[in-house]
Design a protein around this ligand. Structure first.
Ligand code: GLU
Length: 394
């Protein structure tokens, strides 16, 4: 008998992390893999942030922190919310966690009961559905396609709402499609949500700064939705700090308190050195990270240009994050180099085996026609990957 709990047996493995580990394994065997699977900036953490961490070590920051984060950090987050999002969250409305992923998991555990429904506009980040299920709730997916630029309409949203809907998890700039909703689009969706006061909104804004032109907008800045919105953010993507694992929420105080209670029984809070480093990241002028954003923009332009020319790749034009999500369904039912392609999983594996390029199948993101390609990689790697794929599909 399998002694592992049903909860874990039923939990899918994270597709992004498993592809990254597969690529790592092959690399360790000496195979020259180009890894475009993980959404992870390839920059170093900026020097001033590293210095703050070193100082924290030398200043003997080694004890438990408050479960919901240092007050000084929560004050910096509160200032950041005001500066970047025009949102007022006092420190008592903020909880710092071990990455935005834990922030999302906390909120789901705190709000969801068995059989509650969670609306996920697809494509969605892989962990939203897994975390919802872990909380014994039921994901309700709203499909979209490249034809409508992967965006849901107010009509789509209203059709998905039932009396059991408890939560919607919204993410813009979006992982994996890179689409960015405009303020008007947010407001139109907001008009629907205003009619259903029992629905809560997780607004995952982790990619807010990796945004090529659109002004930043937050769900919680719609006055009538502020009380029901939980704003998620973190330092991983904008500050090249993925491994430091710092995420946070801004929410109504009762939600923050419940997350604090849960965290007090699970992790006791986020790492003390990473928290000190995050204070300096958030207090710095945002211009400090502009060089990374402009480099991502160059790479986006390059990847669109190169990948649009590859046979069978229908490429969308992302306005944010660092992914493209091409539709490759033209290959389904065909054989390339003796390998039958039935779906996006087969195609992604084909690229790994025959082109030595790691991508992630769209299936885990709720779209079976696409694959996700991360361009958080060097220009050389992007060029080489395009060449290899072009050859492989010939
Ligand atoms: N969020 C990143 C990605 O989608 C990191 C991996 C993960 O946590 O899923 O690639």
């Amino acid at each position: 008998m399998n002694p592992i709990s049903n909860r874990i047996n039923n939990l899918p493995i994270s597709a992004t992390l498993s592809m990254a580990s597969k690529a790592r394994e092959l690399k360790n065997k000496g195979i020259d893999i180009i890894s475009l699977s993980l959404g992870e900036p390839d920059f170093n953490t900026p020097e001033f942030i590293k210095k703050a961490a070193i100082k924290a070590v030398n200043d003997n920051y080694n004890s438990y922190t408050p479960v919901d984060g240092y007050l000084e950090l929560k004050k910096a987050i509160s200032k950041k919310f005001k500066r970047d999002n025009n949102l007022i969250y006092s420190p008592s409305q903020i909880v710092v966690s071990t990455g935005a992923k834990q922030s999302i998991a906390n909120v789901c555990m705190v709000l969801l009961n068995p059989d509650d429904e969670v609306i996920l506009p697809a494509p969605y980040w892989v962990s939203y559905s897994a975390i919802s299920k872990l909380a014994e709730a039921k994901p309700v997916v709203i499909p979209t396609s490249i034809k409508n630029n992967f965006k849901i309409t107010p009509k789509d949203l209203e059709k998905a709402i039932t009396p059991k809907t408890k939560l919607i998890i919204f993410n813009s700039p979006n992982n994996p499609s890179g689409i960015v909703y405009s303020e008007n689009e947010y407001r139109a969706l907001g008009e629907i949500l205003k009619k259903y006061p029992y629905i809560y909104i997780i607004s995952d804004e982790i990619y807010e700064h990796i945004n090529y032109g659109n002004p930043i907008f937050s769900f919680a800045s719609i006055k009538e939705l502020y009380n029901r919105t939980i704003t998620i953010n973190g330092v991983a993507k904008a500050f090249a700090m993925t491994g430091w694992r710092i995420g946070y929420i801004g929410a109504e105080e009762w939600i923050a308190k419940a997350c604090n209670k849960l965290q007090g029984q699970t992790t006791s809070g986020a790492n003390c050195i990473a928290q000190r480093a995050t204070i300096s990241a958030l207090n710095a002028p945002i211009q400090e990270i502009e060089y990374m954003i402009s480099e991502f923009k160059n790479r986006r332009n390059l990847i669109i240009k190169l990948f649009s020319k590859i046979k069978g790749f229908q490429v969308n034009i992302p306005k944010g994050a660092f992914y493209i999500f091409p539709n490759i369904s033209e290959y389904f039912g065909k054989s390339i180099k003796g390998k039958k392609i039935n779906d996006a999983n087969d195609f992604s594996l084909f690229l790994l085996e025959k082109a030595h390029v790691a991508t992630v199948s769209g299936e885990a993101f709720g779209n079976k026609n696409c694959i996700r390609i991360s361009y958080a990689a060097s220009v050389e790697e992007i060029k080489k990957a395009a060449e290899r794929i072009k050859k492989a599909v010939l």
